[in-house]
Design a protein around this ligand. Structure first.
Ligand code: ACO
Length: 334
């Protein structure tokens, strides 16, 4: 069974409540109808109620089974404003400012997840990655034992022998511009966990660099080498190795030559990029040149699931990201 079919099945078996803050946006409305029709999740649309209903009517979208919440009219508004103020007062937040901020559907929806009135949030059809991540980072924060929020792409490369028959996880390609060694270690561990619960993979993690096991000396290589050591110390049960060049990570013949003693080299199914320039360019190279399907970015490391969409997303992309978010909600540590 294809990965996305499995994710749909998991989402259907245990329905979760997912909030969509871009409630009056065309693709979001169409996706909401499809999610409910396929029983993938319980859907809450957040925005001005009038605008949601008018747009749905224009599009012929059936809103039955979909909850609509208008922040300005919500009886939870005051509770959320007070809770947001308490969370952010040390950072200079005032009650007056909090009242304005929480009325924004993105902040309101993030507060719904925080206050357990929803179990996950998906946004980004009209907002940038930063717009979505900031409320998440300020309000939801990181999961216990995780120091950094990052993202993962599941890359599915057709006719490919690398990774697990062409399936590999890439991280971080969307969030952290320049992760420290400590952050790289955390990203590697979180991605290994995501590979287990979402893809049912036995993780083999390569910490990527332009050097393999000391072949080059540079401060950029040192960062990856230290990150590898830290990750190994933190999770000796996981197969994590580095620093490795891309070819040594996935091609056994190159690995035999350059890293013969590594249990990961030549067999990696998870690639951890040293920074966001490499990661973002790397996944797009594989997506375009190898015609790979790129599922993501899936955010990982948040205490509760929040996911981003590309502004060029299709209705089906939104449906799939909601299904992934619902499965994340099932697997979140309380
Ligand atoms: N993990 C955990 N906490 C974090 C992280 C992180 N990765 N990044 C920031 N924080 C915390 C900060 O410590 C801060 O906490 P505090 O306010 O409680 O002290 C809070 O989150 C907000 O931090 P800011 O400094 O306001 O946010 P920042 O300006 O650092 O922005 C962001 C964070 C939005 C993630 C930024 O790093 C960013 O824009 N990243 C790149 C996103 C992007 O453009 N990606 C490429 C496009 S996506 C694609 O192509 C698929």
């Amino acid at each position: 069974m294809e990965l996305m079919e499995k994710i749909w099945e998991m989402a259907r078996n245990d329905n979760r409540k997912i909030v969509l803050p871009e409630g009056n946006e065309e693709r979001t409305l169409k996706a909401a109808e499809k999610i409910v029709a396929n029983s993938l999740a319980k859907v809450i649309l957040v925005e001005n109620e009038e605008s949601i209903k008018t747009k749905a009517q224009e599009l012929g979208v059936n809103l039955s089974g979909i909850e609509i919440i208008d922040p300005d009219k919500s009886d939870k508004l005051e509770k959320y404003v007070n809770a947001f103020y308490e969370l952010r007062k040390k950072k200079g937040m005032t009650l007056e400012k909090a009242d304005k901020i929480v009325r924004d559907p993105l902040y309101f929806s993030t507060m719904m997840v925080k206050m357990e009135d929803a179990e996950g949030m998906v946004s980004g059809a009209i907002h940038t990655t930063g717009d979505l991540l900031r409320p998440g980072l300020q309000i939801i924060k990181t999961a216990p034992g995780t120091s950094v929020v990052s993202s993962v792409f599941i890359m599915m490369v057709p006719d490919c022998e690398y990774g697990e028959k062409g399936m590999l996880l890439f991280s971080d390609c969307a969030v952290n511009p320049n992760p420290s060694s400590e952050q790289l270690a955390s990203i590697a561990i979180t991605t290994a966990e995501t590979a287990k619960w979402l893809c049912n993979l036995e993780p083999k993690v390569a910490m990527l660099s332009f050097s393999t096991m000391g072949s080059a000396d540079h401060e950029l290589v040192d960062k990856v080498r230290k990150g590898t050591e830290l990750a190994k110390q933190m999770r000796p049960d996981l197969l994590i190795d580095g620093e490795l060049q891309l070819d040594a990570s996935i091609v056994q013949k190159v690995a035999d030559q350059k890293a013969p003693n590594s249990e990961v080299a030549g067999k990696a199914n998870i690639l951890i990029f040293p920074d966001l320039q490499a990661g973002n360019i790397g996944y797009k190279l594989v997506q375009r040149f190898a015609k790979a399907e790129a599922v993501g970015p899936i955010c990982q490391g948040f205490a509760k699931p929040i996911n981003d969409l590309s502004r060029g997303c299709s209705v089906d992309d939104i449906v799939n990201v909601v299904a992934v978010t619902a499965v994340q909600a099932q697997n979140i540590q309380k």
